[in-house]
Design a protein around this ligand. Structure first.
Ligand SMILES: NC(=O)c1ccc[n+]([C@@H]2O[C@H](COP(=O)([O-])OP(=O)(O)OC[C@H]3O[C@@H](n4cnc5c(N)ncnc54)[C@H](O)[C@@H]3O)[C@@H](O)[C@H]2O)c1
Ligand SMILES: O=c1ccn([C@@H]2O[C@H](COP(=O)(O)OP(=O)(O)O[C@H]3O[C@H](CO)[C@@H](O)[C@H](O)[C@H]3O)[C@@H](O)[C@H]2O)c(=O)[nH]1
Length: 426
């Protein structure tokens, strides 16, 4: 099949590359010239394990192309996949500017039948709006089919998740596009969940909101455990062995970040409020997440008396390991708080490096902690597990380590007189 993928971000690049790997002829379109020139030189603009190799392979095979020529690609392809970003507005509602721009462009370029697949996460009702908008622009109904096909990949394991999804969600208005989707995903061994356009949109939001709820729930339980001197890891284990609950997404820590959970929990609240439904649980999920950093900031202040003029080193800038994505990273939020309180902030991340007025970033983990009063582990990069804690203690000035991801073995630090503070880990 000839497929045009619009957007070459985390989702677009992975989708385009995996579809090319299945043998489809894929044209990836972006407006960002810098990204395109990197991609055309064989370099991917993001860090995503396994993706670079797959891009190279499929480019060499002649199945993967990158350009900004949307009109030509739309003309040549029968399937169009939209993956542009839907970031949050100031008030938390989704910003559909990029998405609407694409629909506008498409409305001008459709001259033969296209299956338009929407992979971007869009609020309930958006795919219905797309159909209406194309019809209002004078396009004949037989010229297109809209399919809402949300994406569930996780950054850091995007290629794996796309190759082995646990389901393919398909929202449709009429059954005809199912065959096209079956051909597109012929290589995937996963059930098709078929629903309405809006049903598919809501499956995506409900999934992210539920996972975020699990995280805020365990973080609230961690607050209670902390007060009763109980190890939250025992609770997660005890809870997770119940098959009705499951073990995943029960890691207490600094809360959820990234480009999806914070924005989608907010967007779902907006969608509810639009229909006069007060989203009580979602509000609470966000509230727990928002205050989780404050709690551990306070713990740090209690240990050091003040953070003003103290050197604090933060390990991990990416919102999670195995990605270079810092969007809504909890680490950056913690850093902002430290900087506002007058701390001198240093950082180390295995992949992300940036230095600005208020942050000094190091490329060597031990250099990052010279004379540090405290270290905060904000992202659970595996490198942090194999650290020489004796050396850490010798290099630091102070002895406080906050393990904001409950990733380290408390004893491995305590035996060198490091004051280990985990998230409810007595
Ligand atoms: N990142 C994830 O893990 C993930 C997973 C599942 C779903 N999603 C959803 O998928 C969507 C994309 O997310 P992302 O993280 O890949 O975004 P991203 O910001 O990394 O990439 C979006 C890309 O779209 C391009 N773009 C914007 N307007 C364009 C236009 N008019 N024409 C062509 N290209 C255009 C941008 O230049 C950018 O390269 C969002 O709705 C997101 O919620 C993301
Ligand atoms: O037990 C846990 C699990 C995760 N997190 C945090 O939650 C955030 C999100 O993690 P994760 O879900 O692994 O990363 P994403 O790549 O943002 O993926 C989520 O968001 C995507 C975009 O919508 C969806 O496609 C995925 O299914 C969904 O898992 C990160 O800050 C994690 O540190 C925790 O605090 N505790």
């Amino acid at each position: 099949m000839k497929v045009c993928v619009i957007g070459t971000g985390y989702v677009g690049l992975t989708t385009g590359t995996v579809l090319a790997d299945y043998g489809h002829d894929v044209y990836c379109i972006d407006k960002d010239q810098h990204k395109l020139s990197l991609l055309n030189k064989g370099k991917i603009p993001i860090y995503e394990p396994g993706l670079q190799e797959m891009v190279n392979h499929n480019k060499v095979e002649g199945r993967l192309h990158f350009s900004n020529n949307l009109k030509q690609s739309v003309n040549e392809c029968s399937v169009i996949v939209i993956t542009v970003g839907t970031p949050p507005n100031e008030d938390g509602s989704p910003n559909l500017t990029f998405f609407q721009e694409v629909i506008n462009d498409l409305s001008e370029y459709l001259t033969s039948h296209k299956t338009i697949i929407v992979k971007s996460t869009v609020p309930p009702g958006t795919n219905e709006w797309v159909e209406q908008m194309l019809l209002e622009k004078g396009l004949q109904p037989q010229l297109f089919d809209i399919v809402s096909n949300p994406e569930f990949l996780r950054e850091g394991s995007a290629v794996h998740d796309m190759l082995y999804p646990d389901k393919i969600v398909i929202g449709i208005k009429r059954p005809e596009p199912i065959k096209t989707l079956q051909t597109l995903y012929y290589n995937v061994n996963a059930p098709f969940i078929i629903t309405s356009l809006t049903g598919a949109e809501l499956i995506k939001y409900a999934s992210n909101a539920f996972l975020a709820t699990k995280i805020s729930f365990i973080n609230e339980i961690a607050r209670i455990c902390d007060a009763y001197h109980v190890d939250i890891k025992d609770i997660s284990l005890g809870l997770g062995t119940d098959p009705r609950i499951g073990p995943l997404f029960l890691n207490a820590g600094l809360g959820y970040g990234g480009s999806c959970f914070p924005k989608d929990v907010q967007a779902l609240q907006h969608a509810a409020l639009k229909k006069n439904i007060v989203p009580e649980i979602l509000k609470a999920v966000q509230q727990v997440n928002d205050t989780q950093i404050d709690l551990y900031f306070e713990k740090l202040v209690n240990e050091l008396s003040t953070v003003k003029n103290k050197k604090i080193t933060v390990w991990g800038l990416a919102f999670k390991p195995e990605t270079d994505d810092t969007r809504f990273s909890r680490s950056l939020r913690f850093i902002d708080k430290l900087v506002s309180a007058g701390a001198i902030v240093h950082a180390y991340d295995p992949i992300v490096h940036f230095t600005n007025q208020s942050l000094t970033c190091h490329t060597n983990i031990y250099e990052s902690i010279v004379d540090a009063d405290a270290v905060i582990v904000a992202t659970e990069w595996s490198e942090f597990k194999n650290i020489n804690w004796k050396k850490v203690k010798d290099i630091m000035k102070g002895n406080v380590v906050i393990d904001g991801r409950n990733f380290l073995e408390p004893q491995a630090l305590r035996k060198y007189n490091i004051k280990y503070i985990g998230v409810a880990r007595p």
